[in-house]
Structure formats: structure tokens, C-alpha cells
Write a protein that binds this ligand. Structure first.
Ligand SMILES: C[S@@+](CC[C@H](N)C(=O)[O-])C[C@H]1O[C@@H](n2cnc3c(N)ncnc32)[C@H](O)[C@@H]1O
Length: 252
């Protein structure tokens, strides 16, 4: 159907998440802040693996559940950097599941002013966060890439739109979100144009993630007011218009 924002053809494939299944489902529900972070993270890592032992920035790590997965399941030394969450609380949680400060380093940090040495990270992972700070076309080149070593990978799972529809927002999206909130979501063409404005980086992979529906269903089943707020849109058909964009960038 040309010019439609709907993606009638898209069907989520049956997916298995062996790494995610190592985490207690109730614990996961208490830690995620949007579509199931662990499933998104696992799908990202399956597409473009980061070698064990790498030093990784989990950017916008929220309550630290994806950092726990990166450290425990993939043997990555993980800096869990987030603006809104409390690093002491996150450390307490990480220790409670057996992780140490040699595996995950929780830190309060603004993605716009990262407190690290240039070229420090072997890789960056960012799940359900990049659209908060990365929409400015100067962000990648000026504020993130300097902290990644040459050849380093940047993996992003970005909540997006199948096709930008900000001029004519469907009622199902407006059932939970304002036009201003929806302005954080864009389609793959829009994001590609943003990334292509940065020098020193190649877009090595960009596609719709397969687990979007499943990740959203896990989220709206959560018993917190944010998940319940998002439920109206999903139940009204929002996932026909929304996707998750898997991006892999490599610093030259
Ligand atoms: C929707 S939550 C996702 C959290 C986590 N990645 C997850 O999937 O559960 C978005 C996260 O982005 C973080 N964030 C927003 N703006 C940020 C900024 N400027 N610097 C660092 N983190 C930021 C927030 O602190 C929040 O934890």
C-alpha cells in the first residue's frame, strides 16, 4: 500500500532469547522503563557482536538491567551511564544479582557532556534512549564519537516510526502521547540523514528490529503508571505505526 504509514506486512518472527531468559521475569518487569530492554539488547548483540573483554558504554542505561546483561552474559566491562537514575541504587541492584564494580561501573552522566577520556570506549550500546539526546545532527560527531576508539562499534535500538507521520498523527498514537512526545520518534530515513551528517563514522547496519511487538507487550504488561499510560495506544493499534530501529555504526 504506497504512501501508507501502516506496515500491514510486518509480522514479528518467533524469536528466542536465551540470554534474556537467564533473568528473572519479575525482576525485569521492575527494572525496564519501556519496551523490554533485554530483548532489544539481545537482538542488537546478535546482529553485531562486541568481543568479550571490550570496554563498553551503556548510554542511557536507566536502572541498569541492560548493563547487567552486557556484563554477565557477554563479558563486557560496562559503564552504566544515565542521567535520571541514581548510580548508588543501580550499584545496589547490580551487587544484589552478583555483579561487582569490576564488571559494571554505574555513573550519573549527561550524554551531552560525557566525563571520559577521548577514545576510551571500545563500543557503545544504547537501548531506548538515543532519541532523547541524539536527534541533534551534531550530537554524534561532537559529543559521542570523541569517546570511542577508532574502529569502535556503536549499537543503538531506537524507538521509531515505520514512516514519519507527524503532520497527520493517527488517533491511536495520540491515545497515550502528545505531539511533542511523538516528536522524539522518527523513521529510518530521518535517522539515516542524521547519522550521515557525522564525519568519521560508517553506517554498517540499519534495519527494523524483529522483537518490537514482543518487547512492547512485555512493557505494557508491567504494573507501573508509565506502562499503564502507554497501554491505551498499543491497544488502539499504535504498533502498526511504530517500530524499533536497529543501528550499527563504526567509527573510522
Ligand atoms: C526510556 S528510558 C530507557 C532506560 C533503559 N535504557 C531501558 O531501556 O530501560 C530513557 C533513559 O534515557 C536517559 N537519558 C535521557 N536523557 C539523557 C541524557 N541527556 N544523558 C544520559 N541519559 C539520558 C534517562 O535517564 C532514562 O534512563
Amino acid at each position: 500500500m504506497p504512501n501508507s504509514n501502516k506496515s500491514y506486512e510486518r509480522k514479528d518472527e518467533e524469536m528466542k532469547f536465551p540470554k534474556t531468559s537467564h533473568f528473572d521475569a519479575k525482576l525485569v518487569r521492575s527494572k525496564i522503563m519501556g519496551p523490554n530492554t533485554l530483548k532489544l539488547c539481545e537482538e542488537l548483540m546478535e546482529g553485531d557482536p562486541i568481543p568479550p573483554g571490550s570496554v563498553v558504554l551503556d548510554l542511557g542505561s536507566g536502572c541498569g538491567i541492560s548493563s547487567a546483561m552486557l556484563a554477565r552474559e557477554y563479558d563486557l566491562i560496562t559503564y552504566a551511564a544515565d542521567l535520571w537514575s541514581d548510580p548508588s541504587e543501580n550499584m545496589h541492584f547490580l551487587e544484589s544479582i552478583g555483579l561487582t564494580n569490576k564488571q559494571v561501573i554505574p555513573i550519573k552522566a549527561d550524554a551531552n557532556a560525557l566525563p571520559f577520556a577521548r577514545g576510551f570506549f571500545d563500543a557503545v550500546v544504547s537501548v531506548d534512549s538515543y532519541n532523547y539526546f541524539g536527534r541533534d545532527p551534531r550530537y554524534l560527531g561532537e559529543k559521542l564519537l570523541p569517546y570511542v576508539r577508532h574502529g569502535g562499534l556503536i549499537l543503538l535500538a531506537i524507538p521509531g516510526m515505520v514512516r514519519d507521520c507527524h503532520d497527520d498523527l493517527p488517533a491511536c498514537l495520540l491515545a497515550s502521547w502528545t505531539p511533542e512526545q511523538l516528536d522524539y520518534m522518527h523513521d529510518m530515513c530521518w535517522w539515516r540523514a542524521i547519522f550521515e551528517q557525522a564525519d568519521d563514522v560508517d553506517v554498517v547496519n540499519m534495519h527494523e528490529m524483529k522483537c518490537t511487538r514482543e518487547a512492547w507487550e512485555d512493557w505494557i504488561a508491567c504494573d507501573n503508571k508509565y506502562a499503564q499510560g502507554d497501554r491505551a495506544a498499543v491497544e488502539a493499534g499504535a504498533l502498526e505505526y511504530l517500530n524499533t530501529i536497529n543501528v550499527a555504526l563504526r567509527k573510522k
